[in-house]
Design a protein around this ligand. Sequence first.
Ligand SMILES: C[S@@+](CC[C@H](N)C(=O)[O-])C[C@H]1O[C@@H](n2cnc3c(N)ncnc32)[C@H](O)[C@@H]1O
Length: 283
Amino acid sequence: MRDQDFDLLTQLLKSTSGLSLGPDKRYLLETRLTPLALKNGFDGFDALADEIRFKRPQALIDDVVEAMTTNESFFFRDSTPFDILKNQVLPKMLASRGGKKKLKIWCGAASTGQEPYSIAMMMAEDPARWAGWDVQILATDISKDALKKGEEGSYSQFEVQRGLPVELMLKYFRQEGERWIISDDIKRRVTFKPYNLLDTSVAIGKFDIVFLRNVLIYFDTPTKSAVFEKVRNVMEKDGALFLGAAETVLGVTEEFRSIKGLRGLYMPTEYAQEASLSFAAAG
Ligand SMILES: C[S@@+](CC[C@H](N)C(=O)[O-])C[C@H]1O[C@@H](n2cnc3c(N)ncnc32)[C@H](O)[C@@H]1O
């Protein structure tokens, strides 16, 4: 790969999607973009890079971003955040929002839907608690291909076996040939929409709970801080933020603090101390 192509494409990816690729990721760029180049009729990676350099075609740039996203996800990934959501955060929200009975949840890097559907299944498992509530789950991602798959709610045997307890699989999925299709009841609880976390121009609402897991790991520190600031602006002051196991706010932002003893849970700084105490008191 020519150095100028590496520079061009890494700068393009960083400015459009936040993806930060170091020199050790040259192979990744080449292995993911060469098939895209051939599919689009170019005779290789260099020709694709030249097209972008000289013509900047938006559709091709979108395809490059799409090809470079990592959409790996699975149901109830890492389990602990889902336990914390169920046993700590949701009981608090039930109490604090019991008047309006309205709850808004945002999965900001929802990929192929396993994360929002895990939350939807968790809530469907507790119908008495949520009777009369308006619970909205918004699932967004930059990858239109991933969102399309999430919206279809169709998974392979391998995908439904990853993280999903068998009783939930049998209860909320039906088998069609090789595929497992999520039930309409769970599907209608989640709304999928394309959304770039770097975009500051679109208002997406105000949320009580935000899942932003396993996406910040791909960004550099200034991009992470900008995303945290934006997420803070769309969260209620006592909202709950879940990050991935390899992600943290330490050294990146002052907007959020971790909640002691509850791994993966963060809250707006001005509320975090009070929240830590009340979670500790609730045991
Ligand atoms: C590894 S998946 C994480 C999926 C899920 N949150 C989980 O933890 O299982 C990362 C997702 O982040 C998305 N992504 C990357 N950059 C993004 C951006 N700038 N805006 C929105 N989504 C982005 C990718 O398309 C991908 O689907």
